[in-house]
Every structure is written in structure tokens, then in C-alpha cells.
Design a protein around this ligand. Structure first.
Ligand code: ADP
Ligand code: MG
Length: 137
């Protein structure tokens, strides 16, 4: 599916709807340049998964992986600064078996994991984004 949003809140709503229907073992791969709205999308996704509003969700650039308790545990990963060989050391397969993975800079993921839901975010203007969601059948 394809949708255009006009604000960060609208992008979060789209993500929240996806978050509500995610099932264990599903992996959400985010694609899009810096500032496209990947982290904004994760914030909405977390709400849909029932992660408490008390958590402020930011890119896990230093921690590499952030975990949030929700209806299903959410693991938030940002591969921006990693080399493919480092990605092998993160233990993503193990995490994927424990909850939902959402990955920023999925271009850098050198292998596949679980049932993939691919989300492409494109900047149309400072406030408008095109969001394309592709789900494996
Ligand atoms: P990324 O993680 O892809 O680098 P962020 O989510 O951190 O991107 O940042 C996106 C920026 O764009 C935020 O400052 C956000 O407020 C802004 N923004 C403006 N319009 C939108 C929109 N329609 N959807 C998502 N973010 C938007
Ligand atoms: Mg980000």
C-alpha cells in the first residue's frame, strides 16, 4: 500500500495502525534517507504495539539496540553506522524469535530475517512524505 502524509503525526498514525496488527516473528525494515521519518515511524509503531507513552523513542545510535516492552517486545535497531560484518554480531535472529524487530537503514542488513514488512519513506517536501508498505505474503 502507498500513502502520503502531511505531518509527523500522520506518519505516526500510519505506523500505529501497522503496529496494532504485527505478529511475533515479523520484521519491519525501514528504508529512506536521513530525515525521511524512520524514527518518527517507529514512535507510531511502538504505540500500536502498546509500548507506554512514558518511553521516548529515539534512534538507538549508541546503544545499537533499544528494547521496549509492549504487547510483544519491540527491538529497535539502527544500522546506520555498522558494517555488514558487525551486523552479524548483533544476534538479530535470536531477537527476532523473541519479539518484533524494527530496523532503520535496512539497506545495510546483509541477510533476511523472519517475515519481512518493508517500509519505504520518501521526502516529497519539508512536511510531506510518501510511505510505501510492502508485506510478504
Ligand atoms: P530518520 O529517522 O529517517 O532520520 P526522523 O524521524 O528522525 O527521520 O526525522 C524526520 C523529521 O522530519 C522530523 O523532524 C519530523 O518532525 C519531520 N517531518 C516533517 N514532516 C514529516 C512527515 N510527514 N512524516 C514524518 N516526519 C516528518
Ligand atoms: Mg532515525
Amino acid at each position: 500500500m502507498e500513502i502520503e502524509t502531511q505531518s509527523p503525526e500522520e506518519t505516526q498514525k500510519v505506523a500505529e495502525e501497522l503496529g496494532r496488527r504485527l505478529k511475533p516473528g515479523e520484521v519491519v525494515l525501514l528504508f529512506g534517507e536521513l530525515g525521511a521519518g524512520k524514527t518518527t515511524f517507529v514512535q507510531g509503531l511502538a504505540r500500536g504495539l502498546g509500548v507506554s507513552e512514558d518511553y521516548y523513542i529515539q534512534s538507538p545510535t549508541f546503544a545499537l539496540i533499544n528494547e521496549y516492552p509492549g504487547r510483544i517486545p519491540l527491538f529497535h535497531i539502527d544500522l546506520y553506522r555498522l558494517e555488514p560484518e558487525d551486523v552479524y554480531d548483533l544476534g538479530l535472529e535470536e531477537l527476532a524469535s523473541q519479539g518484533i524487530l524494527v530496523i532503520e537503514w535496512s539497506e545495510r542488513l546483509p541477510f533476511s530475517l523472519g517475515k519481512e514488512i518493508r517500509v519505504h519513506l520518501k521526502i516529497l517536501s519539508p512536511e510531506r512524505r510518501k510511505i510505501i508498505i510492502e508485506e510478504e505474503k
